[in-house]
Design a protein around this ligand. Structure first.
Ligand code: ATP
Ligand code: FE
Length: 332
């Protein structure tokens, strides 16, 4: 089957076409408008989705070299995400399916981040553990089957991506900060400033204490030297990234040992981070794991992951109807 995927849960408008093992196109329209505000403004995001959705789908069809009539089903993100943003994608998918008399497939955005591992080779084998780290979530997920997933640990407050973005805001860098922290971290000393590792039980995480300690550290140093950030930006970014990565990988290692799992994966926007990708590969070599890291274009929000998740639901005959509405919160 040929699946059209639609993603609009946050600030990226994306459309993709997936057909039996091949991603024919994956168009992502970023919204630059939020940079000036230092974060995503929900009301603006939904308006820009409204402008971008039709051109994104048209471009996805052109790049895939298919016509509307070739599509067999429409998969869309039902949640979780910003309600106004989700509404645009959900409404588009419903209208398209109605006009073309096609089945509709609802997809959970967090499951789709994980199912991005089924786009390219090598694919993990069930059961595997996936550390899903994104702008809104930080989860260790035991993936038993395509749609049978159990969260074994998660953040009690901020997400790892939020910790990246808030740190960059403290440093005066533009939104989204994660990629910039990554860039500066490559040039700095990760041991320059040791930030504390929170002691949280089980496989859960907490990043709000780290955020506060970073804020106080910067404020104290800037009080002594107004040029502290500019003079030490690379070392600060390297040190922050190192701490976030070690917090994540220490918990993942603990869970992998406890569950006796050898297939270990990363997913979500923060899995684009160079330090995290290298860190998982090193851990894999040390512990004899098979490690899986998506291509960068399938780490941050994209419709390719929605289309592939839709493909596996299509094979199971798992369809939804025209009464479907988006969900800001959507458990597995
Ligand atoms: P969620 O998936 O939880 O709903 P989201 O969809 O907004 O949230 P994603 O697009 O999956 O999030 O990920 C965005 C996050 O990834 C942002 O916090 C961004 O800073 C972070 N990020 C992207 N690239 C990198 C990188 N190279 N290094 C660190 N963080 C990064
Ligand atoms: Fe996401």
């Amino acid at each position: 089957p040929v699946i059209l995927g639609i993603e609009s849960s946050c600030d990226d408008t994306s459309a993709a076409v997936y057909s039996d093992g091949v991603m024919l196109s994956n168009i992502i329209a970023n919204q630059a408008i939020h940079e000036a505000y230092g974060g995503v403004v929900p009301e603006l995001a939904s308006r820009v989705h409204q402008q971008n959705i039709v051109p994104a789908v048209q471009q996805a069809l052109i790049n895939a070299k298919i016509r509307k009539n070739d599509i067999d089903a429409v998969a869309f993100t039902r949640g979780p995400g910003l309600l106004g943003s989700l509404l645009v994608g959900v409404s588009f998918a419903k209208a398209f399916a109605l006009a073309k008399n096609l089945p509709l497939i609802e997809v959970n955005h967090m499951q789709a981040h994980i199912l991005a591992h089924f786009i390219d080779e090598p694919k993990p084998t069930f059961p595997f553990l996936c550390l899903t780290v994104s702008g809104g979530h930080t989860q260790i997920v035991l993936v038993k089957d395509y749609f049978d997933m159990e969260i074994v640990g998660q953040t009690q407050d901020d997400a790892a991506g939020e910790a990246m973005d808030k740190t960059s805001k403290i440093l005066g860098l533009p939104y989204p900060g994660g990629p910039l922290i990554d860039k500066h971290a490559r040039l700095g000393n990760p041991d320059a400033y040791p930030f504390p590792e929170p002691q949280i039980p089980g496989y859960n995480f907490s990043f709000s204490g780290l955020k506060t300690s970073i804020l106080y550290f910067i404020q104290n140093n800037v009080a002594k030297n107004p040029n502290f950030i500019a003079e030490n930006l690379n070392d600060i970014c390297a040190s922050v990234e190192k701490r976030i990565v070690t917090i994540l990988l220490n918990k993942l290692t603990k869970a992998a040992h406890a569950y006796g799992i050898k297939d270990v994966a990363l997913a979500g926007g923060v899995s684009a981070n160079t330090g995290l990708r290298l860190g998982l590969q090193q851990l894999g070599a040390k512990h004899g794991w098979n490690t899986f890291i998506p291509a960068i274009q399938y780490c941050t929000d994209n419709a390719g992951m929605i289309a592939v998740a839709g493909y596996y639901k299509y094979l199971q005959g798992d369809f939804t109807d025209q009464h479907v509405a988006p969900l800001a919160r959507m458990p597995f």
